[in-house]
Design a protein around this ligand. Structure first.
Ligand code: GDP
Length: 299
């Protein structure tokens, strides 16, 4: 957990600057203090409702007192309470091979990179991976995925440019079953300007996975770019309505002070954050842990 904390700290430093409550120690908790706290929480994209809740609770407990370690711990506990999730943070594993993860998200969110990082993680656990390049619209997407697949020693199935993504998914299922792959990770298209078409395509791919493999997809992971803040939440609402996501991979937390969007994901769209991206390197995808996350925001 020590290594994890260090990585989180490094990756979340921009958001942590906003939450530097220690620099407020000794200040009286009056209206101006509460206004400052509110502004910081909003700026970090915690979301209006959650921000209001935290500010109200601090007002109730600390009005006219002096900001100190106690208050800092109180704010931490409030954030943790907002992040608590009874669902497991780990990915579901199917009792029979292969376990299938469907990955969705708009272009540029970090989908391909996250798939590569995830494949590497699972590979390191000794699993055999098959990648399905179902984004047949962007030729570069399949190429990029191939490069990553080679690097992590994963197998890949791709279609001709413009091929039906559902048929690529179909072939990938056949190959995964034939080769006894442990995990099938399915990349999908993410062009948002044709939203209804995209959602139909995703539903079709999902349908194929479901018909071909028992219980599949075992996870539908939505990749969201944290730098998009509240816009990422709106994207999540659209995707969840269409394809029923089971979890979120929140990327680029290292490049933004909007790390509070983790709270908004949990509170607004009620999806567990499964992994966070804290850099461009292959090992910069970390399992999300609420305690570690909150602690690293206040160091
Ligand atoms: P896609 O279009 O959704 O497949 O996005 P890509 O995987 O190609 O990623 C878009 C850009 O974001 C690339 O330059 C990635 O290196 C970068 N990226 C992805 N995840 C992270 C992250 O966690 N942190 C940082 N700093 N960059 C990331």
């Amino acid at each position: 957990i020590k290594g994890l904390l260090d990585r989180f700290r490094k990756g979340l430093s921009k958001t942590a600057q906003l939450f530097n409550i220690r620099s407020w120690f000794g200040r009286k908790v009056d209206q101006s203090f509460l206004d400052d706290l509110e502004a910081r929480l909003i700026q970090a994209d915690v979301g209006v409702k959650s921000t209001q809740r935290i500010v109200d609770r601090v007002r109730e407990a600390y009005s006219d007192k002096t900001a100190d370690d106690d208050l800092l711990n109180f704010v931490k506990a409030e954030l943790k309470a907002l992040l608590v999730d009874p669902r497991p943070g780990t990915l579901a594993v199917s009792p029979s091979k292969p376990t299938v993860y469907l990955i969705a998200g708009v272009n540029g969110s970090g989908k391909t990179t996250s798939i590569a990082k995830l494949a590497q993680r699972l590979k390191d656990e000794g699993k055999t991976i098959l990648l399905a390049a179902c984004d047949t619209f962007r030729a570069a997407a399949a190429d990029q995925l191939t490069v990553w697949a080679t690097r992590s020693g994963s197998d890949i199935v791709k279609g001709a440019p413009g091929a039906d993504p559902a048929s690529v998914a179909h072939d990938a299922c056949d190959r995964a079953l034939a080769r006894g792959a442990d995990v099938l990770i399915v990349d999908t298209a993410g062009r948002l300007h044709t939203q209804s078409h995209l959602m139909r395509e995703l539903e079709k791919v999902r349908g194929v996975l479901h018909r071909k493999i028992s219980g599949a997809p075992h996870e539908v992971l939505l990749v969201l770019d944290a730098t998009n803040g509240q816009n990422a939440i709106r994207q999540a609402e659209v995707f969840t309505k269409s394809i029923g996501c089971t979890g979120v991979i929140l990327t680029k937390l290292d490049g933004t002070a909007k790390g509070g969007v983790v709270v908004a994901v949990r509170q607004t769209i009620d999806l567990p954050v499964k992994f966070i991206g804290v850099g461009e390197g292959i090992d910069d995808l970390q399992p999300f842990d609420a305690d570690t996350f909150v602690e690293s925001l206040f160091t």
